[in-house]
Write a protein that binds this ligand. Structure first.
Ligand code: AMP
Length: 282
Protein backbone atom coordinates (compact mmCIF):
# COMPACT_ATOMS: atom_id res chain seq x y z
CA UNK A 1 0.00 0.00 0.00
CA UNK A 2 1.24 3.47 -0.88
CA UNK A 3 0.70 6.25 1.63
CA UNK A 4 0.59 9.90 0.60
CA UNK A 5 0.31 13.05 2.64
CA UNK A 6 0.83 15.45 -0.24
CA UNK A 7 -1.87 16.20 -2.82
CA UNK A 8 0.60 16.55 -5.66
CA UNK A 9 2.33 13.21 -5.10
CA UNK A 10 -1.04 11.45 -4.76
CA UNK A 11 -2.27 12.99 -8.00
CA UNK A 12 0.93 12.08 -9.83
CA UNK A 13 0.57 8.47 -8.70
CA UNK A 14 -3.13 8.26 -9.61
CA UNK A 15 -2.59 9.74 -13.09
CA UNK A 16 0.17 7.18 -13.71
CA UNK A 17 -2.32 4.44 -12.84
CA UNK A 18 -4.95 5.97 -15.10
CA UNK A 19 -2.61 5.83 -18.10
CA UNK A 20 -2.68 2.03 -17.61
CA UNK A 21 -6.48 2.21 -17.95
CA UNK A 22 -7.05 1.52 -14.25
CA UNK A 23 -10.40 2.32 -12.64
CA UNK A 24 -10.23 4.21 -9.35
CA UNK A 25 -12.56 3.64 -6.38
CA UNK A 26 -12.56 6.10 -3.48
CA UNK A 27 -13.53 5.70 0.19
CA UNK A 28 -13.35 8.93 2.22
CA UNK A 29 -13.13 8.44 6.01
CA UNK A 30 -12.09 10.19 9.20
CA UNK A 31 -10.12 7.16 10.40
CA UNK A 32 -10.59 5.10 13.59
CA UNK A 33 -11.47 2.41 11.11
CA UNK A 34 -13.81 -0.45 11.95
CA UNK A 35 -15.36 -3.30 9.97
CA UNK A 36 -17.97 -0.92 8.50
CA UNK A 37 -15.25 1.14 6.83
CA UNK A 38 -13.48 -2.00 5.66
CA UNK A 39 -16.71 -3.24 4.02
CA UNK A 40 -16.58 -0.08 1.85
CA UNK A 41 -12.97 -0.86 0.94
CA UNK A 42 -13.99 -4.42 0.02
CA UNK A 43 -16.84 -3.15 -2.13
CA UNK A 44 -14.49 -0.78 -3.93
CA UNK A 45 -11.90 -3.51 -4.45
CA UNK A 46 -14.51 -5.71 -6.12
CA UNK A 47 -15.21 -3.13 -8.82
CA UNK A 48 -12.04 -1.07 -9.28
CA UNK A 49 -8.36 -1.64 -10.04
CA UNK A 50 -7.14 0.86 -7.45
CA UNK A 51 -8.83 1.72 -4.17
CA UNK A 52 -7.94 5.01 -2.52
CA UNK A 53 -8.92 5.53 1.12
CA UNK A 54 -8.56 8.97 2.66
CA UNK A 55 -8.20 9.56 6.38
CA UNK A 56 -8.79 13.16 7.27
CA UNK A 57 -10.47 14.43 10.41
CA UNK A 58 -12.06 17.43 8.81
CA UNK A 59 -12.24 20.27 11.36
CA UNK A 60 -14.91 22.18 9.42
CA UNK A 61 -17.60 19.54 9.88
CA UNK A 62 -17.49 19.49 13.68
CA UNK A 63 -20.04 21.88 15.12
CA UNK A 64 -18.95 20.78 18.59
CA UNK A 65 -15.35 21.56 19.58
CA UNK A 66 -15.27 18.79 22.21
CA UNK A 67 -16.41 16.20 19.68
CA UNK A 68 -13.54 17.25 17.41
CA UNK A 69 -11.01 17.15 20.23
CA UNK A 70 -12.22 13.74 21.42
CA UNK A 71 -12.36 12.20 17.95
CA UNK A 72 -10.15 9.06 18.08
CA UNK A 73 -6.88 9.21 16.12
CA UNK A 74 -5.47 5.78 15.31
CA UNK A 75 -3.47 6.25 12.11
CA UNK A 76 -1.03 3.34 12.67
CA UNK A 77 -3.68 0.72 13.30
CA UNK A 78 -5.86 2.19 10.53
CA UNK A 79 -2.97 1.85 8.13
CA UNK A 80 -2.50 -1.78 9.15
CA UNK A 81 -6.22 -2.52 8.66
CA UNK A 82 -6.14 -0.99 5.18
CA UNK A 83 -3.04 -2.98 4.32
CA UNK A 84 -4.74 -6.20 5.49
CA UNK A 85 -7.80 -5.35 3.42
CA UNK A 86 -5.65 -4.94 0.30
CA UNK A 87 -6.27 -1.21 -0.11
CA UNK A 88 -3.79 0.17 -2.65
CA UNK A 89 -3.58 3.81 -1.58
CA UNK A 90 -3.94 5.70 1.70
CA UNK A 91 -4.21 9.47 1.53
CA UNK A 92 -3.70 11.09 4.94
CA UNK A 93 -3.20 14.83 4.46
CA UNK A 94 -2.72 17.47 7.16
CA UNK A 95 -5.19 20.32 7.70
CA UNK A 96 -2.64 22.73 6.15
CA UNK A 97 -2.35 20.55 3.06
CA UNK A 98 -6.12 20.46 2.58
CA UNK A 99 -6.82 24.09 3.48
CA UNK A 100 -3.71 26.12 2.57
CA UNK A 101 -5.80 29.30 2.46
CA UNK A 102 -7.79 28.69 5.64
CA UNK A 103 -10.94 26.73 6.26
CA UNK A 104 -13.59 29.33 5.33
CA UNK A 105 -16.47 27.81 3.39
CA UNK A 106 -15.89 28.43 -0.32
CA UNK A 107 -18.27 26.13 -2.19
CA UNK A 108 -20.83 27.94 -4.36
CA UNK A 109 -23.25 25.01 -4.41
CA UNK A 110 -26.22 25.25 -2.03
CA UNK A 111 -27.28 22.17 -0.06
CA UNK A 112 -30.87 23.38 0.25
CA UNK A 113 -33.43 21.97 2.68
CA UNK A 114 -31.33 18.91 3.56
CA UNK A 115 -29.05 21.33 5.41
CA UNK A 116 -31.74 22.44 7.85
CA UNK A 117 -33.56 19.24 8.84
CA UNK A 118 -32.53 16.39 11.19
CA UNK A 119 -28.76 16.38 11.63
CA UNK A 120 -28.62 19.68 9.75
CA UNK A 121 -30.77 21.26 12.46
CA UNK A 122 -28.98 19.58 15.36
CA UNK A 123 -25.45 20.08 14.03
CA UNK A 124 -25.45 23.52 12.37
CA UNK A 125 -22.66 23.85 9.82
CA UNK A 126 -21.89 20.12 9.82
CA UNK A 127 -23.08 19.39 6.29
CA UNK A 128 -21.49 22.54 4.83
CA UNK A 129 -18.17 21.34 6.24
CA UNK A 130 -18.80 17.82 5.02
CA UNK A 131 -19.64 18.79 1.43
CA UNK A 132 -16.74 21.24 1.37
CA UNK A 133 -14.25 18.48 2.17
CA UNK A 134 -15.94 15.85 0.00
CA UNK A 135 -15.87 18.17 -3.02
CA UNK A 136 -12.20 18.97 -2.35
CA UNK A 137 -11.31 15.29 -2.01
CA UNK A 138 -13.20 14.46 -5.21
CA UNK A 139 -11.31 17.17 -7.11
CA UNK A 140 -8.04 15.71 -5.82
CA UNK A 141 -8.73 12.00 -6.35
CA UNK A 142 -11.13 12.21 -9.33
CA UNK A 143 -12.41 8.69 -8.80
CA UNK A 144 -14.66 6.71 -11.10
CA UNK A 145 -16.61 5.33 -8.16
CA UNK A 146 -17.29 6.78 -4.72
CA UNK A 147 -18.27 4.51 -1.80
CA UNK A 148 -20.22 5.90 1.14
CA UNK A 149 -22.18 4.33 3.97
CA UNK A 150 -25.97 4.48 4.18
CA UNK A 151 -25.51 4.72 7.95
CA UNK A 152 -24.98 8.44 7.35
CA UNK A 153 -28.13 8.66 5.27
CA UNK A 154 -28.49 12.43 5.20
CA UNK A 155 -24.82 12.83 4.27
CA UNK A 156 -25.33 10.26 1.50
CA UNK A 157 -28.42 12.11 0.20
CA UNK A 158 -26.55 15.42 0.13
CA UNK A 159 -23.56 13.96 -1.73
CA UNK A 160 -25.95 12.29 -4.19
CA UNK A 161 -27.70 15.63 -4.82
CA UNK A 162 -24.34 17.39 -5.16
CA UNK A 163 -23.05 14.93 -7.78
CA UNK A 164 -26.33 15.13 -9.68
CA UNK A 165 -26.61 18.92 -9.68
CA UNK A 166 -22.94 19.47 -10.57
CA UNK A 167 -23.33 16.94 -13.41
CA UNK A 168 -20.47 14.87 -12.08
CA UNK A 169 -19.59 11.62 -13.84
CA UNK A 170 -18.57 10.02 -10.52
CA UNK A 171 -20.80 7.09 -9.59
CA UNK A 172 -21.93 7.03 -5.96
CA UNK A 173 -22.45 3.64 -4.33
CA UNK A 174 -24.35 3.45 -1.02
CA UNK A 175 -23.13 0.62 1.22
CA UNK A 176 -25.15 -1.22 3.85
CA UNK A 177 -24.63 -0.46 7.55
CA UNK A 178 -22.49 -2.97 9.40
CA UNK A 179 -23.63 -3.67 12.94
CA UNK A 180 -22.21 -5.08 16.19
CA UNK A 181 -23.63 -8.49 17.18
CA UNK A 182 -26.18 -6.72 19.42
CA UNK A 183 -27.43 -4.61 16.49
CA UNK A 184 -25.65 -1.34 17.32
CA UNK A 185 -24.48 0.32 14.10
CA UNK A 186 -20.69 0.35 14.01
CA UNK A 187 -19.26 3.81 14.51
CA UNK A 188 -15.90 5.30 15.44
CA UNK A 189 -17.72 6.95 18.34
CA UNK A 190 -18.83 3.62 19.87
CA UNK A 191 -15.49 3.27 21.72
CA UNK A 192 -16.54 6.30 23.78
CA UNK A 193 -19.71 4.63 25.12
CA UNK A 194 -18.97 3.77 28.75
CA UNK A 195 -19.29 0.03 29.67
CA UNK A 196 -22.28 0.72 31.92
CA UNK A 197 -24.20 2.23 28.97
CA UNK A 198 -23.10 -0.28 26.34
CA UNK A 199 -25.91 -2.85 26.92
CA UNK A 200 -28.50 -0.07 26.56
CA UNK A 201 -27.31 0.93 23.10
CA UNK A 202 -29.18 -1.91 21.43
CA UNK A 203 -32.45 -0.06 22.13
CA UNK A 204 -31.62 2.15 19.14
CA UNK A 205 -31.64 -0.60 16.50
CA UNK A 206 -34.34 -2.62 18.27
CA UNK A 207 -36.74 0.36 18.28
CA UNK A 208 -35.93 1.28 14.70
CA UNK A 209 -36.63 -2.24 13.54
CA UNK A 210 -39.78 -2.49 15.66
CA UNK A 211 -41.10 0.78 14.20
CA UNK A 212 -40.81 -0.69 10.71
CA UNK A 213 -42.54 -3.87 11.82
CA UNK A 214 -45.43 -1.97 13.39
CA UNK A 215 -45.90 0.46 10.49
CA UNK A 216 -45.31 -1.86 7.56
CA UNK A 217 -46.64 -5.20 8.80
CA UNK A 218 -49.12 -4.32 11.58
CA UNK A 219 -50.21 -1.16 9.74
CA UNK A 220 -50.20 0.81 12.96
CA UNK A 221 -50.63 4.60 12.48
CA UNK A 222 -47.22 6.23 12.00
CA UNK A 223 -47.70 8.88 14.72
CA UNK A 224 -48.72 6.25 17.29
CA UNK A 225 -45.70 4.09 16.53
CA UNK A 226 -43.23 6.95 16.52
CA UNK A 227 -44.54 8.25 19.84
CA UNK A 228 -44.31 4.78 21.43
CA UNK A 229 -40.71 4.47 20.29
CA UNK A 230 -39.79 8.01 21.38
CA UNK A 231 -41.17 7.29 24.86
CA UNK A 232 -38.47 4.65 25.32
CA UNK A 233 -35.77 7.30 25.16
CA UNK A 234 -37.14 9.76 27.71
CA UNK A 235 -34.92 8.68 30.61
CA UNK A 236 -31.23 9.24 31.18
CA UNK A 237 -28.66 8.24 30.01
CA UNK A 238 -30.60 8.68 26.76
CA UNK A 239 -31.44 12.02 25.27
CA UNK A 240 -33.39 11.77 22.04
CA UNK A 241 -32.94 14.35 19.29
CA UNK A 242 -35.28 12.81 16.73
CA UNK A 243 -37.02 9.55 15.89
CA UNK A 244 -38.84 9.96 12.59
CA UNK A 245 -40.09 8.26 9.49
CA UNK A 246 -39.01 9.97 6.28
CA UNK A 247 -39.44 9.44 2.59
CA UNK A 248 -36.13 8.06 1.34
CA UNK A 249 -35.62 10.36 -1.65
CA UNK A 250 -36.49 13.67 0.02
CA UNK A 251 -35.92 12.87 3.71
CA UNK A 252 -39.17 14.70 4.45
CA UNK A 253 -41.30 13.39 7.34
CA UNK A 254 -44.32 11.39 6.25
CA UNK A 255 -47.70 10.74 7.81
CA UNK A 256 -48.87 7.86 5.62
CA UNK A 257 -47.32 4.58 4.49
CA UNK A 258 -47.63 3.50 0.84
CA UNK A 259 -46.30 0.14 -0.25
CA UNK A 260 -44.87 1.58 -3.51
CA UNK A 261 -42.62 4.15 -1.79
CA UNK A 262 -39.25 3.77 -0.03
CA UNK A 263 -38.85 5.13 3.47
CA UNK A 264 -36.39 5.22 6.32
CA UNK A 265 -36.76 5.34 10.06
CA UNK A 266 -34.10 7.74 11.28
CA UNK A 267 -32.87 8.31 14.80
CA UNK A 268 -30.32 10.49 16.58
CA UNK A 269 -29.79 10.29 20.30
CA UNK A 270 -27.21 10.84 22.97
CA UNK A 271 -26.17 7.93 25.16
CA UNK A 272 -24.34 9.63 27.99
CA UNK A 273 -22.07 12.06 26.20
CA UNK A 274 -21.88 10.14 22.93
CA UNK A 275 -24.11 11.15 20.03
CA UNK A 276 -25.29 8.20 17.95
CA UNK A 277 -27.26 8.04 14.71
CA UNK A 278 -28.88 5.14 12.93
CA UNK A 279 -31.49 4.42 10.29
CA UNK A 280 -33.17 1.54 8.51
CA UNK A 281 -34.53 1.74 4.99
CA UNK A 282 -37.74 -0.06 4.05
P1 AMP B 1 -16.55 8.31 8.92
O1 AMP B 1 -15.13 7.90 9.11
O2 AMP B 1 -17.39 8.12 10.13
O3 AMP B 1 -16.68 9.66 8.27
O4 AMP B 1 -17.14 7.26 7.88
C1 AMP B 1 -16.55 7.06 6.62
C2 AMP B 1 -17.50 6.29 5.76
O5 AMP B 1 -17.80 5.04 6.35
C3 AMP B 1 -18.83 7.02 5.57
O6 AMP B 1 -19.25 6.89 4.22
C4 AMP B 1 -19.74 6.30 6.52
O7 AMP B 1 -21.11 6.36 6.15
C5 AMP B 1 -19.21 4.87 6.43
N1 AMP B 1 -19.58 4.10 7.61
C6 AMP B 1 -19.50 4.50 8.91
N2 AMP B 1 -19.99 3.56 9.73
C7 AMP B 1 -20.40 2.54 8.94
C8 AMP B 1 -21.02 1.28 9.20
N3 AMP B 1 -21.31 0.87 10.42
N4 AMP B 1 -21.29 0.48 8.14
C9 AMP B 1 -21.00 0.88 6.86
N5 AMP B 1 -20.43 2.06 6.56
C10 AMP B 1 -20.13 2.88 7.58
Amino acid sequence: MKTFTSILSLQTYISEQRTKGFKVGFVPTMGALHAGHISLINESKRNNDITVCSIFINPTQFNNKQDFEKYPITLDSDSQKLLNAGCEVLFAPSVAEMYPNGTAYHLKWEIGELDTCWDGAHRPGHFKGMIQVVSLLLQIVQPDNLYMGLKDLQQFSIVKKFLHETKSSIKLIGCETLREPDGLAMSSRNVRIIPEHKPMARLISVSTYEAIYRIKYLQEPIDTTLQKMRNRFTDKPFHLEYFEMVQLETMRAVKEYRSDTSYAIIIACWLGDVRLIDNMIF
